[in-house]
Design a binder for this molecule. Structure first.
Ligand code: PLP
Length: 428
């Protein structure tokens, strides 16, 4: 214990107060494999955070690792600006063959700086340039990153407060379900878009997540999403789906909007697109909206060649057949069953999300935090989300073996049981 605190003291002494996830997990991690992380004292934890969905295929996938080691050993390109490289070409080819063509998507691939926020910035700029309009419609509890343009579209007041300046040119509208069952928020948007005196400027884009990752795992119905898509089309606005967290299989299919009958004008990707946890940002844009001139949206790290190597392996290994998709569907059921058990322990608790992007709203951030802290003591890394951190959120790697998944879920159930028992004792 004392050696542990002496190592974490380095971080506490010198790392900025802006550090965040580390505060909930008092360990120094040194290795990881699959769905497990090991700390410097040799203790192994099951990872239900998975880099916040950046590690959908787990840590250090052996095939991606081998391809990357081969690439480095052969003095393959590490940094090539956005020049043509064999690694980039192979990734584009795999993405075209296994992702775009089967979906009849004719989108171009725009490589941007290696973060999700940069992909969102590029998407918003594309939509504004393509339409000549400035207003972007974004939704309550949406999270799109924290650079200034993306932050304007993000709902969370804490993050917005960090801007230190006004965040403009975004109109906030209620997401599906925000007003309960009484009001279909697509009706409200339609009425306002159709009313020249509603005060809403004609939008360049409507920007949405199909499942709101940071916003508390709110999932919009396919019908609502299809209506928003047709409203965008009717009003000359581009539909941007931010699939940074919900994409790459997290909700059960490669894109979170697969099988919804929509074809977004722009899709943003980051987090798990490299497959290996390497930074990579990608914008998919329909050719008619591919309006940025050469280097107009610039970036020194557009295209991380190491990420291209692992991203290609990820696509070929996991998305050339249905095997992973079937695994996700079975594992999603295991997760839902465990979360039902937890929900039954806590009055008013209910399930949220879709596929392997699931959680349970336990009603308070304090209780959710206690469940996560208790889980960590017992060897499980799991985090909260939502406006008040009231949702215990499971983002286990999609590849987590069923037995390990069940082990992690049992730790979570135990944590919920002991935390609720303690609460009951305290109340008596
Ligand atoms: C994480 C996230 C972002 C921002 O990505 P960064 O890489 O952290 O900049 C944007 N949109 C969604 C939906 C996200 O989950």
């Amino acid at each position: 214990m004392s050696t542990k605190s002496s190592t974490t003291s380095t971080f506490i002494r010198r790392e900025s107060e802006a550090r965040s996830y580390c505060r909930g997990f008092d360990a120094v991690f040194s290795s990881a494999q699959g769905a497990e992380m090991t700390d410097t004292s040799g203790r192994t934890y099951i990872d239900f955070l998975a880099g916040c969905s950046s590690l959908n295929y787990g840590h250090n996938d052996p095939d991606m690792k081998a391809a990357l080691i081969d690439h480095i050993s052969a003095d393959g390109i590490t940094h090539g600006l956005d020049m043509y490289t064999d690694a980039k070409g192979a990734f584009i080819g795999a993405f075209e063959t296994h992702i775009l063509k089967p979906r009849q998507m004719d989108h171009k691939l725009m490589f941007v700086g290696p973060t999700g926020a940069n992909a969102v910035e590029a998407a918003m700029k594309l939509a504004r340039k393509a339409t000549g309009r400035t207003n972007v419609i974004a939704f309550t509890n949406g999270f799109h990153g924290v650079t200034q343009g993306a932050l304007a579209a993000t709902g969370n007041g804490y993050h917005r407060g960090g801007a230190g300046t006004s965040l403009n040119n975004v109109t906030r509208m209620p997401y599906d379900g925000y007003m309960g069952d009484a009001l279909d928020t697509a009706d409200l948007l339609e009425t306002m878009l159709n009313d020249a005196s509603s005060g809403m400027d004609a939008p360049a884009a409507i920007l949405l997540e199909t499942v709101q990752g940071e916003g508390g795992l709110n999932d919009a119905s396919p019908e609502w999403i299809a209506r928003i898509a047709s409203l965008a089309a009717d009003h000359g606005a581009l539909l941007i789906v931010d699939d940074i967290q919900a994409g790459c299989g997290r909700t059960g299919t490669f894109f979170s909007f697969d099988e919804m009958g929509i074809n977004p004008d722009i899709v943003t990707m980051a987090k798990s697109v490299s497959g290996f946890g390497l930074p990579m940002g990608l914008v998919l844009v329909k050719p008619e909206h591919d309006v940025m001139g050469p280097a107009e949206h610039n970036g020194t790290f557009r295209g991380n060649t190491h990420a291209f190597v692992t991203a290609r392996v990820a696509i070929e290994k996991f998305w050339s057949d249905d095997a992973l998709q079937n695994d996700i569907s079975r594992r999603a059921d295991l997760i839902a069953d465990a979360l039902e058990t937890i929900a039954e322990l806590i009055p008013g608790a209910y399930l949220k999300g879709r596929g392997m992007m699931r959680g349970v709203d336990v009603g308070s951030g304090e209780l959710a935090g206690e469940i996560c802290a208790h889980s960590f003591q017992n060897g499980l890394i799991v985090e909260t989300s939502g406006p008040n951190d009231e949702v215990v959120k499971i983002l286990a790697p999609l590849t987590t073996p069923d037995a390990l998944l069940k082990k992690g879920l049992n730790i979570l159930i135990d944590a919920a049981q002991s935390v609720t028992v303690n609460t009951k004792i305290a109340a008596e």
